[in-house]
Design a protein around this ligand. Sequence first.
Ligand code: SF4
Length: 111
Amino acid sequence: MASSSPPAAFVCARCGACCRWHGLVRLTDAEVDAIAAHLGLSPRDFIERYTEVTPDRRGLTLRESPDGACVMLDAQGLCRIHAVKPRQCREFPWRWHVPGYEALCQAGRTP
Ligand code: SF4
C-alpha cells in the first residue's frame, strides 16, 4: 500500500477493477453493523456469510469470490454495498493506492 500523492483529478469509471484485485478489505465493528443492516442481516449472519479473519488475526476482511473478486461485487461489476462500503474502499485512490494501479484502473484523470 502506497501513500504517495493521489491523482489531481479522478473520476471513477465504475469498472470494478479495484474490487477484483487480490487483497484484504478490512472492516471495523461499525462497518460490520452498517453493512449487515444494509443487507438485512444480523451482524452475526453477515460475519458468517461474508467475512473471514485476517491473516494477522486482528480483525475481519470481506471474503473473496472464487475468481478473486470481492464477494460484494455483483454480476454487473457494481458494489452491492456501495452506500455503506468500507472506508478503505471509499478512500481509494485518494488516501492510498498500490504501485502501478493506474495500469488497471480505468478512471478518468486530468493533470
Ligand atoms: S466492498 Fe464494494 S467497493 Fe469495496 S472492494 Fe468490495 S465491491 Fe469493491
